[in-house]
Design a protein around this ligand. Structure first.
Ligand SMILES: Nc1ncnc2c1ncn2[C@@H]1O[C@H](COP(=O)(O)OP(=O)(O)OP(=O)(O)O)[C@@H](O)[C@H]1O
Ligand SMILES: [Mg+2]
Ligand SMILES: [Zn+2]
Length: 471
């Protein structure tokens, strides 16, 4: 193998430089650039076959026969929901998540579930000894599951082993950061090794039809460490999230070539492993602080499923020159926009206040439909006026302060009714779509009128006054 000049590779994003520098211009990280052998890049022309002449191949028409991607469901409904109905044959999934969040637990449960369907499932740990994996399986009550185990890190050895006997339906590699391959010269753990190993495993998956799950560690800012590059190579990227203090765990598809990316799977971490949560709204609302100002229940949609969740706001006079704006579980720029609209169109002065916004239960909301609930929680906190405990909120707020309709109003209302809510505050224009919801509708057409209603409730008063145009 001809040695070439050394290359300098960012260990965070994989950008390549001709010489060392302190900061990566591609991802902005400092001190992430390390020297690696240039010949190491397996994406470069394969060494040892110089100047091979290309061989023409047959091109296929786009209008050919198509087959529905053959899937193998795990029968863990919350997991299948996120993958889009099961593991696709020959596909590769990357599962990322914070240390200790429960990745190994989830995947040993998935492997056991596949084994239970009579298929071959293999779990390769590069981090734990076989005894440790067994111990976990015992705690999860899975010690009788016919999952094949190994503690291995050499990709060549792993592929040679997997290629023997019946083709595995599912292989879990825990984790991709611990794998290394001989085909690459760099040290184990470097981006180039991770990429090289991933590439070999992906090739194995496509060739054999085995579904391969790669576990990836996540850095403090939520990126999948090292193998950011791997995200582009795999068919699906799932992120396993949760808050340390809570038992909830949320599995979310960040990318999926074979399914939707907006579905979430909700689990609860228990002593016996991850338990599926089939009604997440009940879970997210289980710790509600009824009657406290600054909280509003948002009727949201995650994928195809309505999910009710509490939005909590705290607005307090600032002691600093620049007021703080902190948000957990929602989009920072979305919060800034709602604050700007409150200032500009509703006469709510917030420039002298710190603002904190939190989505309860560790859920991360991406819908603009949460604008109205967030605004209601903020104004409620500012005016110290609790919102009616039996109301849900949804609606998008435009820059002009108009409350705009959002999709699936009927599904949101149905979920609210199911969970015992008596009223919904929603966009005026959504009324037509709502059908016969069985709960009272208070429609608002602009944010200013909502603010006026909340302010009129006054501090600490409880009777529901937020009843503008009751249906
Ligand atoms: N006896 C127990 N009872 C309840 N929960 C437990 C018990 N033992 C471990 N856990 C939970 O399992 C979690 C560890 O799960 P797991 O090892 O699957 O995480 P991981 O994401 O694979 O971690 P790592 O990043 O270290 O590989 C712990 O954080 C803890 O919440
Ligand atoms: Mg683990
Ligand atoms: Zn970088």
């Amino acid at each position: 193998m001809a040695r070439r000049a050394p290359a300098f590779v960012c260990q965070n994003c994989g950008a390549v430089y001709g010489r060392w520098q302190g900061k990566c211009e591609s991802c902005g990280e400092w001190n992430t650039i390390a020297e690696e052998s240039a010949a190491a890049d397996v994406t470069a022309a394969a060494p040892g076959r110089p100047g091979r002449k290309g061989r023409p191949f047959k091109l296929e028409p786009l209008a050919g026969e198509t087959h529905e991607a053959p899937r193998h469901p795990s029968r863990i409904a919350e997991l299948d929901r996120v993958t889009g109905g099961g593991f696709v044959r020959g596909s590769v999934l990357l599962v990322g998540g914070d240390p200790g969040i429960g990745k190994s637990t989830l995947l040993i449960q998935a492997a056991a579930a596949i084994a239970k369907t009579g298929e071959r499932a293999v779990y390769i740990s590069g981090e734990e000894a076989v005894a440790q994996v067994r111990l976990r399986a015992e705690r999860l009550g899975l010690s009788r599951a016919e999952v094949e185990l190994a503690a291995e890190t050499s990709v060549e050895d792993i592929i040679a082993t997997l290629s023997q006997g019946k083709t595995p339906r599912l292989v879990v590699i825990d984790s991709i950061q611990t794998m290394w391959t001989d085909s690459v010269e760099s040290a184990p753990g470097t981006v180039t090794q991770v990429r090289g190993s991933a590439q070999m495993l992906i090739r194995f998956a496509k060739r054999s039809g085995t579904a391969v799950i790669l576990v990836g560690h996540v850095t403090k800012d939520g990126q999948i460490a090292g193998p950011r590059v791997v995200e582009h190579m795999v068919d699906a990227v799932l992120s396993f999230e949760g808050e340390g203090a809570h038992q909830f765990r949320i599995l979310r598809a960040v990318k999926n070539r074979f399914g939707p990316t907006d579905e979430i799977g909700v689990f609860e971490m228990t002593g016996g492993g991850l338990r599926e949560v089939t009604n997440p709204s009940e879970l997210f609302l289980s710790e509600r602080d009824l009657g406290a100002p600054g909280t509003a229940v948002f009727a949201g949609i995650e994928g195809t499923r309505p999910v009710l969740v509490e939005i909590q706001a705290l607005v307090a006079p600032t002691t600093l020159g620049t007021p703080r704006r902190a948000v957990v579980g929602w989009d920072q720029s979305r919060l800034s926009m709602v604050l700007a609209v409150l200032e500009a169109h509703c006469g709510v002065k917030l420039s002298g206040h710190d603002v904190y916004l939190n989505v309860a239960g560790g859920l991360r909301i991406q819908e603009p439909a949460a604008d109205l609930a967030a605004a209601a929680a903020l104004v409620s906190s500012l005016t110290n006026a609790p919102l009616p405990a039996d109301a849900v909120y949804f609606g998008e707020v435009s820059l002009s302060g108009v409350v705009r309709p959002v999709a699936q109003a009927a599904a949101r209302l149905k979920e609210a009714q199911k969970l015992g809510f008596a009223r919904a505050v929603l966009p005026e224009s959504a009324r037509g779509e709502a059908g016969e919801p069985g709960i009272a509708l208070s429609t608002v057409d602009n944010l200013a009128s909502l603010v006026a209603d909340i302010a009129a409730r006054g501090p600490g008063r409880s009777p529901a006054k937020l009843r503008r145009q009751e249906a």
